[in-house]
Design a protein around this ligand. Structure first.
Ligand code: AP5
Length: 183
């Protein structure tokens, strides 16, 4: 199982990736979680990333690409992985293509979780993470539209994309996923 989750902030990428990772016994690789860990430990990466994350902007590619390259080089990724929050723009997607070719791997599928803006804002305000206040959520949504949403066509053109309605309760989204993903 090698899967990429796409979708706006709060779409449920992390929630569904966790369930699938548990079921398929592969690592759930969330670039947001790795970055938050780096911020919490005040590493060089964390200190460089923090301002971008607080504002809801993308952390620059040079920091992210190195981080993902290192993570996909770890032993536990040999049999599969689920990527959540990466790639986030076309240049990250192209980097991933090159990286996977170098390590002789290929993703099986890209899942796009489709969720309306009003559901997103309400879910994230309820969660209340540091970057879950209304103005940062609006920035994250606009960054998503400008930089990440073009990946929908990028992967659709390659016939690798499946879309799932993420507006439903968690268990219903999981059930829909299990119908469109072969594992
Ligand atoms: P990241 O952590 O990736 O945040 P995000 O994309 O905004 O995603 P979220 O974690 O908010 O949402 P999610 O879709 O995972 O939903 P979740 O399952 O958590 O990135 C944070 C920041 O890091 C970025 O802004 C950027 O600065 C930086 N960054 C990360 N990756 C980067 C990259 N590749 N390049 C550059 N910068 C990068 O669910 C959200 C809430 O909704 C939860 O409370 C959950 O319980 C609830 N929920 C989930 N599903 C449902 C459901 N079906 N029904 C009801 N509630 C639900």
């Amino acid at each position: 199982m090698r899967l990429i989750f796409l979708g706006p902030p709060g779409a449920g990428k992390g929630t569904q990736a966790n369930v699938l990772a548990e079921t398929c016994k592969v690592p759930h690789i969330s670039t947001g979680d790795i970055l938050r860990g780096a911020v919490a430990s005040s590493t060089d990466l964390g200190m460089k990333a923090k301002g971008y994350m607080d504002r809801g902007e993308l952390v620059p590619d040079d920091l992210i690409l190195n981080m993902v390259g290192n993570r996909l080089d770890e032993e536990d990724t040999r049999l599969g992985w689920i990527l959540d929050g990466f790639p986030r723009n076309v240049s990250q997607a192209k980097f991933l293509d090159v990286l996977l070719e170098q390590i002789s791997q290929q993703y099986d599928c890209v899942v796009n979780l489709d969720v309306s803006d009003e559901v997103i804002v309400s879910r994230l305000l309820d969660r209340g993470r540091d970057d879950d206040n209304e103005s940062v959520i609006r920035t994250r949504l606009s960054v998503y539209r400008e930089q990440t949403a073009p990946l929908i066509n990028f992967y659709r053109d390659r016939q690798m994309l499946v879309s799932v309605d993420g507006n439903q309760p968690v268990e219903d989204v999981t059930a829909c996923l299990s119908k469109v993903i072969i594992y």
